[in-house]
Design a protein around this ligand. Structure first.
Ligand SMILES: *Cc1c(COP(=O)(O)O)cnc(C)c1O
Length: 387
């Protein structure tokens, strides 16, 4: 039988029926009042999610990486110096993007799984006084670590450099405060914690970042923020190019769902699901990977047990149960596998994933006490449900 896959991976995440139905609706033509209202609504809700009053939020048709590329194009010129703390796969994407546009990258290299130390970033900024920006990744999806963006932004602001944040896998799942933390650019994506389809990137842009845009000499066209802003200021706001209208219709429904319960409830849910996954896999005797586990509400990175290849776990659970986990990336390939738990997940989604993991490990010859992970997760859920 051909059942839908059970996705427990860090994006795309499961899409609720309301969102699927909204994106199956007839298209709203992308120039005119209908689309203008859609764009206005989506933008207003995203601003609330970013916690910004003053920043502009632009919507672009691309995956999250396009949003990151737009930041490099719009804020910098060839030869500009940027600081990139490296502790995982997505931080390294910032480095690659910056180098592709001829920027000079000062890397602060830490082992994968490190929770960054703001004082080290401050020291690196002091060592490179010509630095124009620090490029950060809030949720380092490859290791599960949620970086202390508030503290990192503080040292960057003290040094007077722009703070550019990849919040693609964290926005909506963990706290974020664009204005209060002094962020200049923050990039998000439709297919992560908001549980819409892939295809829309969004970028919040501060006054300081707009000023950088005016002098930036990097080549740009499709992602030129100035053109997006011009079209967003029309009486009926538009995108300059034909956007992924259906995805936007779905994203609007996803944001409606998200705000029905509110941001606080979403944060509490992510914390609870994260704890359930972590307690569950620990109950099987597995070790977790990465620092700052208490704060890592987006992704849980798990060390494969001694003698077992991590890829064989993610391959087998998919083959036997249609359950999609994420394999290890980079140096973690083969030794770590990951469970994504941001987005539209319920308690029972987690329970069935943990049950499938127990059976998979047993089939691969790792001794498990059947039901141990499920029981540990239930414990978390029951505690959370008790007032
Ligand atoms: C998913 C993700 C992205 C964007 O990936 P796309 O495939 O381009 O959408 C960027 N950064 C992080 C941290 C991510 O998890």
């Amino acid at each position: 039988v051909n059942r839908p896959e059970i996705i427990l991976a860090p994006g795309p995440t499961p899409i609720p029926p309301e969102v699927l139905l909204a994106q199956a609706n007839p298209l709203v033509y992308h120039r005119g009042p209908g689309f203008g209202a859609l764009m206005t609504d989506v933008t207003a809700r995203l601003k609330e999610l970013y916690r910004t009053k003053d920043a502009d939020v632009l919507l672009m048709t691309s995956s999250g990486t396009g949003g990151l590329e737009s930041a490099i194009q719009n804020c910098f010129s060839p030869g500009d110096e940027v600081l990139v703390p490296l502790a995982g796969f997505f931080a390294d994407r910032w480095r690659q993007l910056a180098e592709a546009y001829g920027l000079t990258v000062h890397a602060v290299e830490e082992p994968w799984g490190t929770r960054l130390d703001p004082s080290k970033v401050a020291a690196a900024l002091a060592e490179h006084p010509g630095t124009k920006a620090v490029l950060l990744t809030q949720s380092e999806t490859s290791t599960g670590v949620v970086q202390p963006i508030e503290d990192l932004a503080r040292v960057a602001n003290e040094a007077g450099v722009l703070v550019v944040v990849d919040a693609v896998s964290s926005l909506g799942a963990v706290p974020f405060a664009f204005d209060d933390w002094g962020i200049d650019v923050a990039v998000g994506g439709s297919q992560k914690a908001l549980s819409a389809s892939p295809g829309i990137a969004f970028v919040a842009i501060s006054e300081r970042a707009w000023a950088a845009t005016e002098v930036a000499a990097n080549p740009r066209f499709y992602f030129d923020w100035r053109i997006y802003r011009r079209f967003a200021e029309l009486r009926h706001p538009e995108n300059p190019w034909t956007p992924a209208i259906s995805v936007l219709q779905g994203l609007q429904a996803a944001l409606q769902l998200y705000f029905q319960d509110g941001v606080e409830a979403a944060m509490r849910r992510h914390e609870m699901l994260s704890r359930a996954v972590k307690d569950g896999v620990r109950a099987l005797g597995l070790d977790l990977f990465g620092e700052g586990l208490e704060d890592n509400w987006t992704v849980t990175a798990i060390r494969a047990p001694e003698g077992l290849d991590a890829d064989s776990i993610s391959d087998r659970i998919r083959a036997d149960f249609g359950c999609v986990l994420a394999p290890g990336q980079g140096p973690l390939k083969g030794s770590v596998f990951r469970i994504g738990h941001f987005g539209y997940f319920s308690e029972l989604d987690i329970i069935r994933g943990l049950a499938a993991l127990e059976m998979t490990l047993e089939r691969l010859g790792y001794p498990v006490k059947r039901g141990a992970a499920v029981a540990a997760a239930e414990q978390v859920f029951q505690e959370a449900a008790t007032p």
